[in-house]
Design a protein around this ligand. Sequence first.
Ligand SMILES: C[S@@+](CC[C@H](N)C(=O)[O-])C[C@H]1O[C@@H](n2cnc3c(N)ncnc32)[C@H](O)[C@@H]1O
Length: 410
Amino acid sequence: MTRSVNPYPVGLDLEGRRVVVIGGGSVAQRRVPVLLESGAAVHLVSPDITPTLQGLVDAGRLRWEAREYHTGDLDGAWYVVAATKNSLVNARVAAEAEQNRTFCVRADAVNSGSATTPAVIRRDEMVVAVLTGDRARTVEARDIVAKALTDAGVQAPGVDEQLRGTVALVGGGPGADDLLTVRGRRLLSSADVVVVDRLAPQRPLSELRSDVEIIDAAKIPYGRSMAQEAINQVLVDRALAGKFVVRLKGGDSFLYGRGYEEAQACAEAGVPCTVVPGVSSALSVPALAGIPVTNRGMTHEVTIVSGHLPPGHPGSLVQWDALARLRGTIVVLMGVKNTPKIAEALINGGRAADTPAAVIADGSLEDEVSYRCTLGNLAETISTHDVRPPAIVVVGDVAGLSQATVAGKP
Ligand SMILES: C[S@@+](CC[C@H](N)C(=O)[O-])C[C@H]1O[C@@H](n2cnc3c(N)ncnc32)[C@H](O)[C@@H]1O
């Protein structure tokens, strides 16, 4: 039943239609969620299935019969996937589908079924399907097309219209441009206005259209009002003028990012505001330095704390003595200047001075540096090496683990 490779591309409407999948291994695991997303009524036949498929069965998303394939299983099917590890069984499934005049994909021999699964790129409502007749070349071609679409900032039609008059709070990650999320980058490429922070990744800004207004949040003139209020006002004003505004920040907007205040200002002004979570420096910067903030059998909790006010400061909301009594990891942001007082408070509160510690500055950027030390000599380490913000301090046994990852960008 081998056919010539000249497929006719088509989009199937599978909503509520019976699709039979024979086999419950890794191929079925990849195909079934996509079929379910298309609304198909999936009926899976296989003696056993992967834990992921089991999860979908348990959630009532599909019907599973735990047995071998029998002739007759394809009755009433609109579409069939033959995905067992046994090519004889797949061939029998394909033969029955042929007899039933039902299109069938064969996972083991792509050109021997009556249909081929394309490699797919999704951009909102737009689906780009790629077929070449050879699985490896298809995937390669899909990746080339996907990159070209991303580089050219290609969007699904109509997306820009929906964004007009709205604000997106985009977490930019710790600074490296490729640690900005795919969603964040996509929205950035649609922005009319970008209000950007110093710690946000800067390179993606150079890829924006030349008519995009880029506003440096640090330079917004704010006169007698608060700087944050001035930023909120810019976001709201530009959105009310019909622009799509991206507020690009370092890390995650909701972790010491004042993102909620901006979202609230938008809500009060009737401006729709969405949030795109970012890769927070609190977890990613230690990770890049090879420090896991938790480790099985060692540390079951991690506390992220702001060190912008020293212990004992009347405005501080942190109970440093309580923190000192916890056994887990403490990650301090914005604490470089106050490290001597923070270390002292933790030691006075009961943390051993020989607790491992680390300080990492400019995480993910070219100038990234990290130093391992102890809580007792943390302040000295920072001053000896003249560590400057942005930097993160990690206190806890995890900082003493030996380096198991290779530093630098893969
Ligand atoms: C105002 S907070 C913003 C945190 C941000 N919203 C996040 O989720 O990463 C700024 C602090 O984050 C930390 N930080 C941000 N980017 C960093 C980086 N690339 N390397 C080290 N620390 C960083 C520093 O402690 C810095 O003082």
